[in-house]
Design a protein around this ligand. Sequence first.
Ligand code: ADP
Length: 274
Amino acid sequence: NTSTNPIKMANRKILDYASEKQKEIENLKRMEVYRREFLADVSHELKTPIFAAQGFVHTLLDGAMEDEVILKRFLKKAAKSLDGLDKMVHNLLSISQLESGDAKLLVEKYDLREQVEDIFDQLDNKAEKRNIDLKFSTSTKENVFVYADKRRIGHVMTNLVVNAIKYQDNDNGLVEVTLLEEDGKVFVSVADNGFGIPEEDVKRIFERFYRVEKSRAKSKGGNGLGLAIVRHILQAHGTQCHVQTEVGKGSTFSFVLHSKPFKEEELNIEMISA
Ligand code: ADP
């Protein structure tokens, strides 16, 4: 009987051990490649706003600041670049925290309806300027409670609604957030009638720094991190974002949250009791 033969058993143990080590080495190699790519991407992306701010400040120092109009205009532009830089660094920190698994979710019961209404209030001006209607519909007139990390789901909702506003130039633009409660779940969707996303890009939009039509996205102040953050936050909640989209027609981003307490074992979370 082979399984009780001590030499064969020892051999099998050695083989198992070797294959386990091989897997560990492959994992480490993959992580190393990932880290190197991440660093290269980050350095590349940071350069743009740094160069821009540097350019404005040096031009001013070289004499342009004698003209008060130019002084103001260039300072404003430099400030805008620095604000963008600040936002990018902030987003990068969130991503790295979420990717390393260091970010613990603080799950609590809260009203998603109220959160969406607050986000609409904050973005109302932006939408109005672009002639976009912000619409909200729910399956109930009551509160829509979810068990989730309020601050982080706030980021998710804000990023999705901001994108829905940004990526369209309709005369009668529409952004619609829908919350449907069913069987202990809340189905959330953010729909727009904007540009839509080409099929070959859809699978990549959740990657960090990925932008469809770089120039257009950049002119809209995008840095390609918004959806990467959305993906990570939803993943940490044990759920994921789906996209339905058609070029020229619009896009719908949707995901599911819990409306009842759920088992937290698999997730790195801490429950805050209500
Ligand atoms: P960005 O900061 O560039 O907006 P995101 O990660 O939020 O980065 O989005 C990645 C890309 O996906 C965007 O550059 C844009 O091309 C595309 N995109 C995201 N949301 C939408 C949308 N609602 N409609 C059309 N394109 C979108």
